[in-house]
Design a protein around this ligand. Structure first.
Ligand code: FAD
Ligand code: NAI
Length: 515
């Protein structure tokens, strides 16, 4: 008789079969996803019997709404000057070329073409919202203009998700001389300027003083944007610039300026200390309690608050200046706040109620950085608000269709008595369903935690853990940071591109060519 295979061999055989099946399954699924992505269904045309839902913006809030909205119920119109969604958490990595900018962009048309309903997109900026006439005015400010570049779009329902602009607090010279870090264009500008400073500093005959100035990279604002950028910049220098342009390397210096007593003020004390120590180990100069007051084309003028209460004015020469001091209200939002009387006390954006309805306006909702709902201006908040509105609108549409069905059945019952028992039963079921759907709870933000990259393959995380909070920092946290952001990327395409960029930079270094 044939000997029976040992237990270990059988186990290995099963493991092999299961691995084989899961690889096959993953491959099959990947092929299906790619096929589905490349073959969108039919293009739907707007249905005049449905309401027009206009969404302003293609950022975190608006895209989360679009992703979860059942577009069969509405004629959706998206208006934004940016025809793509931008995955902002990885934007600092684009400034050094660790990640290529297109890897974190997702075209909004690709998102809309997969929706089952009429969904249109216009590349334009909303310049006016007339809440009385329920009409918005939009302007195409792109480089290519047609005969028409401004038009009006009527709405039944309007969602404002236009985000925020960069705060400068009116400090002279900031807009003219510094780079912001909010959009893809900003990251490209910074990437180009870093290399321009390096190459100009390396030019034969450059004076010592000028070399030192050009190699001084100043970051204003010690919030998460400033800290992450400073970390990425120092990595770029250590891993690539130093090796390729060794002549200027002793002069390279990153300075982070913060007005408050410490950086990352929204993180826990333990993580603030860890971050400051790590940044100092990386040789990043941290200047806290230092408020920038004026900016010229090659110097920053700042005021340092000393421990004895006195103030000292300093002048800091720079080659590159990155300004990351948080958010300010966009003009369109300011304009709406000025026109709606119920918004007169609001300062930092459109005041909304617990269902994200703009106070004092009919059929207008606001989400994300342009809305004041009592939460921090983060992607997490914006995206949860967008998903909440999608659920609310899906429910509203279901409610309307159930109410109209109940109305039809009731009128039928009044006309003929034959089917009345069946109809009465259906009405009862529909009313039950209606009560359940109508019971929508108000928006509640669920904080999943805060993460920030701090350079030299280290990150800090303040995450919710069971019923408490877990504060951690270091290399393992960095792996968690990478996997968390990878999983949050918009599409599989983005995920694959980001992984390839990371591998490419590890193997060949960042590309230092100046485009
Ligand atoms: P946005 O995402 O800014 O989108 C606004 C949209 O409105 C854009 O499409 C814009 O083009 C459009 N728009 C502007 N004006 C008009 C107009 N007049 N008419 C029509 N459309 C208009 N948050 C986190 O939680 N975690 C992070 O790790 C994180 N990292 C970040 C890194 C950086 C570098 C930056 C800058 C921010 C980061 N944030 C992070 C914050 C986060 O990106 C924002 O809170 C989030 O983008 C807000 O989403 P939003 O939809 O309100 O606005
Ligand atoms: P921020 O508002 O968080 O920080 C700006 C910092 O600039 C403040 O600490 C402020 O004191 C300082 N500042 C202001 N004026 C100054 C001056 N004149 N001189 C010196 N310092 C000055 O802004 P940031 O970092 O752009 O973030 C904006 C929002 O996006 C925040 O809500 C943040 O939480 C979120 N974000 C989150 C990230 C993450 O979770 N990893 C990454 C980036 C942004």
């Amino acid at each position: 008789p044939k000997p029976r295979p040992g237990k270990l061999r059988t186990t290995f055989r099963w493991i092999w079969r299961l691995t084989y099946l899961s690889v096959l399954g993953t491959l099959g699924y990947t092929v299906y996803v790619i096929y589905d992505d490349r073959h969108p269904g039919e293009q739907f045309v707007p249905d005049p019997s449905k309401k027009t839902l206009v969404i302003l913006g293609t950022g975190w809030g608006s895209v989360a709404l679009l992703k979860n909205l059942d577009t069969e119920n509405y004629n959706v119109v998206v208006v934004s000057p940016r025809n793509y969604f931008l995955f902002t958490p990885l934007l600092p990595s684009c400034t050094t070329g660790l990640i290529e900018h297109r890897s974190i962009m997702e075209p909004v048309r690709a998102i809309l073409r997969h929706k089952k309903g009429a969904a249109n997109y216009y590349e334009a900026e909303a310049t006016n919202v007339d809440t009385e006439r329920k009409v918005i005015t939009v302007v195409d400010n792109s480089e290519v203009r047609g005969a028409t570049n401004t038009t009006e779009i009527p709405y039944d329902m309007l969602v404002v998700g236009v985000g925020a602009e960069n705060a400068t607090f009116g400090i002279p010279g900031v807009r003219e001389h510094s780079c912001f870090l909010k959009e893809i264009g900003d990251a490209q500008r910074i990437r180009k300027k870093i290399m321009d400073c390096v190459e100009t500093a390396a030019l034969r005959g450059q004076s010592e003083e000028e070399m030192n100035r050009l190699m001084h990279m100043v970051v204003v604002g010690g919030g998460p944007t400033g800290v992450e950028f400073a970390g990425e910049l120092q990595d770029f220098f250590e891993e690539d610039i130093k090796k390729l342009v060794p002549g200027i390397s002793p002069r390279f210096k990153v300075t982070l300026i913060e007005a408050l007593p410490n950086v990352l003020p929204s993180f826990s004390k333990q993580l603030i200390d860890y971050t400051e120590n790590t940044l100092r180990e990386e040789k990043i100069d941290i200047m806290t309690k230092t408020m920038v007051k004026n900016v010229t084309n090659n110097t920053v003028e700042a005021e340092i608050s000393k421990p004895d209460g006195t103030k000292e004015r300093v002048e800091i020469p720079y080659g590159l200046l990155v300004w990351a001091t948080g958010n300010a209200v966009r003009p369109i939002v300011k304009d709406m706040m000025a026109r709606i009387p119920a918004q007169k006390d609001s300062r930092r954006g459109l005041a909304v109620n617990e269902y994200l309805v703009v106070q004092g306006a009919r059929d207008v909702w606001a989400i994300g950085d342009c809305a004041v709902a009592g939460y921090a201006p983060t992607a997490q908040v914006a995206s949860q608000e967008g998903s909440f509105l999608a659920r609310l609108f899906n429910n509203m549409a279901k409610t309307e269709s159930l109410e109209s069905r109940i109305h039809d059945l009731s009128s039928k019952m009044n006309l003929k008595a034959g089917n009345s028992a069946d109809d009465a039963h259906e009405i009862e079921l529909l009313e039950k369903q209606l009560r359940r759907i109508k019971d929508v709870k108000p928006f509640r933000y669920s904080h999943q935690g805060s993460l920030a990259y701090i350079g030299s393959e280290k990150a800090v995380a303040d995450v919710s853990w069971w019923n408490g909070n877990l504060a951690t920092g270091g290399s393992m946290t960095y792996l968690f940071w990478r996997s968390a952001y990878l999983s949050m990327c918009f599409s599989s395409r983005n995920r694959v591109l980001v992984i390839l960029d990371w591998l490419k930079s590890k193997a060949f270094g960042r590309d230092i060519s100046r485009e």
